[in-house]
Design a protein around this ligand. Sequence first.
Ligand code: NDP
Length: 465
Amino acid sequence: MEASRRRTQHGANRANGKDSEQGEQPAQWGRAWEVDWFSLISVIALLCFAPFIVYYFVMACDQYQCSVSQPLLELFRGETTLLSIWARSPSVTWAAAKIYAVWVGFQMFLYMCVPDVTHKFIPGYVGGVQDGARTPAGLINKYEINGLQCWLITHALWYANAQHFHWFSPTILFDNWIPLMWCANILGYAVASFAFAKAYLFPTNSEDCKFTGNIFYNYMMGIEFNPRVGKWFDFKLFFNGRPGIVAWTLINLSFMAKQQELYGHVTNSMVLVNVLQAIYVLDFFWNEAWYLKTIDICHDHFGWYLGWGDCGLYLVYHPVQLSSGHALAVLLLGLVGYYIFRSTNHQKDLFRRTDGSCSIWGGKPAHIECSYRSADGGVHHSKLMISGFWGVARHFNYTGDLMGSLAYCAACGFGHFLPYFYIVYMTILLVHRCVRDEHRCGSKYGKDWKRYTDTVPYRLIPGVF
Ligand code: NDP
């Protein structure tokens, strides 16, 4: 039905003459309209097993001193059963449900009810009401950017509690970790289900909905582009950026407090992980206006992938004290990765904001001119930069991100595989993202994209991939 709606739309465009500007190519950028069998099986498997994969790793830390293979070996030898492993793990508790509800409710309150003031006195910070990118239907949404302020208020309260009020222990997140994980899972599936039903019943903008004809794929990758409740409650910005990312640094602080409580000291590896991840989180909020122009907001529809996926522990069980050389190497890897990640993102942002009238690595950036068409038939022009890090590889920002992620893992030493799950996960996530993005850009820009990939032939690592 949707395909015929698109065909009708395309026919209408032809009738009003807009097609003539770009030949016969239909306007079809955005994610896939048709789903192959491999994608479908992967989607169903992820929907069924993703929470249990996460549970497996946390359980392995809790019951098997972070050994990933031990539970499998014991199961294989018949020394334990799935039921007994399950019975030994805490399940959802009322205490965790209350903590989680208060947490999400508080973040919603900050997001909706406390308009940004920080941009008025922090030089260089872009906050307050900002425009998003043009959607496939041609709309430009407005967003209230107040993430940095929410992060600051939340962390100031955490600090005040730890130092003065003592309403709760700073180890609260560690102490309720598995029950909290189940609460986050329940919310993730609930939000994805709500977004799915909302897309059919009361979509925010029906022109930007995308149906594949496959219910599982629709549920996973989302139907609505920018689901909202009311004028300002934007699902993507809130669920991608707030309860999870604000909590990230608090979770690390809670783990650090637990290490102090258990061993009487905090290891240098724990400090390293806290510092490197805090830089990443603060960077995210400092650049939240930039985040409006990333794939999450500009191109992905809102479904389970974004809703569930948004909703680190090893060092508490294994307090690793690194040698100075090892700690320095990890710090360098993390900082160089962060530098590449930030500079690459900044270069594209600057280039796009100034329409190429800027300086990259001391000169005017070279680019490839390209054009594309939105679903309403309008033809738009864009530029793909081929200078700076964007001339080194097509996704060098992901390479920097992966170097930073590897640094978090390497801070845990080489005793166990479990912390390295993070780099495996991030590699799969970003390589998959890279492939999806290139597929989308290929459909959007056609032959212009081909000219770009001929000029910058590698995706992540020059000469390799
Ligand atoms: P990018 O910032 O790389 O954006 C890709 C888009 O940029 C393309 O779709 C295209 O959009 C445009 N583009 C591509 N090539 C060029 C070029 N040469 N010149 C100008 N514009 C170009 O990707 P993301 O939005 O995925 O990532 C943003 C950051 O977020 C990355 O650093 C990534 O590492 C990070 N990230 C981190 C995650 C995490 O969990 N830690 C998860 C996801 C992302 P257009 O259609 O406008 O041309």
